[in-house]
Design a protein around this ligand. Structure first.
Ligand SMILES: [Zn+2]
Length: 61
């Protein structure tokens, strides 16, 4: 099962959707490119027991 989460780009502040793979583990770190400014954004995604997603966004330096 896949899901999407809306996040804010740390560079340009625009919202974009990241694709979540809920089968890839409870705790995931990956890098996506912002759809607006195309800069790399590091996403730290965790799922709690009820399946809710907690997403932290950082600049990928
Ligand atoms: Zn951006």
């Amino acid at each position: 099962m896949e899901d999407f989460k809306s996040v804010l780009c740390p560079y340009c502040g625009q919202a974009f959707d990241i694709e979540l793979d809920v089968t890839a583990g409870q705790d995931q770190v990956f890098v996506v490119d912002c759809e607006t400014c195309c800069r790399p954004v590091q996403c730290h995604v965790a799922f709690d027991e009820s399946g809710d997603c907690i997403c932290e966004i950082r600049e990928d330096i």
